[in-house]
Design a protein around this ligand. Structure first.
Ligand SMILES: Cc1cc2nc3c(=O)[nH]c(=O)nc-3n(C[C@H](O)[C@H](O)[C@H](O)COP(=O)(O)OP(=O)(O)OC[C@H]3O[C@@H](n4cnc5c(N)ncnc54)[C@H](O)[C@@H]3O)c2cc1C
Length: 380
């Protein structure tokens, strides 16, 4: 592997590998689960690694969430179990707005539980009729005395069926606010989500006159998008890490298979276009990893300024994962499409990555806007 990591990050990788090895024997089962798998939760809890998703002042590990640390751990998890990877990543994605803009009471109550996995966190942005166009949401929040009242429907929310709280995006007057809603609040109903080609713990969150204290609003009223952006700025690049791990695992499977199976008197790895497939997949994986680590390092020093690098890494690595998994399936012939095989699971798990945390087409559109923005006039 070409990309280098400092000793601190290599230690995190080793710790993540220990977790991954505990999960590996049940990884196929965990990746079919539609509720949080206890082996994944216990292994993650024992490792303490979920502390990487919360700042140290609230019980986490680093002073500020370090995108490179989260990314390298997700790289390890993404190569073994999508379920484990999602469980880890969502603890940060669901709780980050609370970490940076929540009230002290809620922070002290929830964040240590996020680290210990006694509380599962979720982020509720999407609605049945609204995906990429988040400003079109219809969920509302209004103040009534010393309470906030929420009404609406959040859809396809990762970990909702197991969550202790959901960070909900809602319209408030002319703006948008983020509100922390414990899932045991009267008026909150959670049901299972649809089945996916790559099963996922996903649910529908209905809010019908759900009342929470006013200090459950995270940050200032109407300022939600700044917090959503802060979350993406710190965590989007970690999806790239997970995708690199998946692509590497697919390539490892293809190498193992094509070097051990013979056809026409020689191994597949020497036949026809198979060497070209292996060589180009390796090149793709190394390229994606280099960009991902570089983007994560940039995000670690200034997450907002580096958002375009994070988006670029997310697009590049998830497209790589899809392409590499597909080509490795092909190189493995019928064994690549056998239900229950590792490569088949990786192939399915690669697909949703190009859709969530910003659809790749949407991110490419934003990158084009950044690229073509006129330079400020001299002296301004
Ligand atoms: C496994 C999984 C887990 C998820 N978990 C969560 C979660 O925890 N919380 C949550 O809130 N949501 C979650 N989602 C929902 C996810 O955020 C949305 O799927 C995503 O925002 C895209 O929205 P959409 O699926 O409605 O697609 P649409 O917005 O309908 O887009 C459809 C297609 O059009 C493209 N497109 C849309 N707008 C543009 C544009 N302006 N320019 C170019 N192309 C465009 C998209 O890239 C996509 O390819 C999850 C989704 C998946 C698959």
């Amino acid at each position: 592997m070409l990309a280098e990591l400092a000793p601190h990050y290599r230690e995190l990788v080793d710790r993540a590998r220990e977790v991954a090895e505990k999960v590996r024997p049940i990884a196929a089962e965990a990746d079919e689960a539609v509720d949080v798998h206890s082996v994944c939760r216990d292994a993650l809890r024992e490792s303490g690694l979920a502390g990487l998703t919360v700042p140290a002042r609230h019980g986490g590990i680093d002073d500020e969430v370090d995108p490179l640390a989260v990314t390298v751990v997700r790289e390890v998890f993404g190569g073994v179990s999508a379920h484990l990877d999602s469980l880890f990543g969502m603890q940060g994605i669901g709780s980050y707005a609370l970490s940076v803009a929540g009230g002290e009471r809620a922070q002290a109550h929830w964040l240590p539980q996020v680290v210990s996995l006694d509380a599962i966190a979720a982020l509720g942005l999407t609605e049945p009729r609204v995906g990429s166009d988040l400003k079109a949401i219809t969920t509302t929040v209004r103040t009534d005395g010393d309470e906030l009242v929420l009404d609406g429907h959040k859809s396809w929310i990762t970990n909702a069926p197991a969550a202790a709280f959901v960070t909900v995006l809602a319209r408030e007057d002319d703006g948008y606010s983020l509100v922390l809603v414990p899932t045991d609040t009267p008026g909150v109903t959670i049901t299972s989500g649809p089945g996916l080609i790559a099963p996922h713990v996903i649910g529908e969150v209905r809010l019908q006159g759900a009342r929470v204290p006013t200090d459950s609003r995270l940050g200032e009223p109407g300022q939600a998008f700044r917090l959503v952006l802060a979350t993406l700025a710190s965590f989007r690049v970690s999806v790239a890490g997970s995708a690199v791990g998946l692509a590497q695992a697919a390539l490892d499977e293809a190498v193992r298979h094509t070097t051990s199976r013979e056809q026409f008197g020689t191994t597949l790895s020497r036949l026809g276009s198979v060497p070209e497939v292996l060589g180009s997949c390796w090149t793709d994986v190394e390229q994606a990893r280099l960009l991902t680590y570089a983007a994560a390092r940039a995000a670690a020093s200034d997450p907002f300024a580096a958002l375009h690098w994070s988006s670029m890494a997310k697009v590049a690595a998830t497209e790589t994962a899809g392409r590499v998994a597909d080509r490795c399936v092909q190189a493995m012939g019928r064994f690549g499409v056998e239900t229950g095989s590792t490569i088949e699971r990786l192939y399915r798990n690669a697909r949703p990555m190009r859709i969530y945390e910003g659809g790749n087409e949407v991110l490419l559109g934003q990158l084009a806007k950044t690229l073509t923005k006129p330079a400020p006039e001299p002296g301004r």
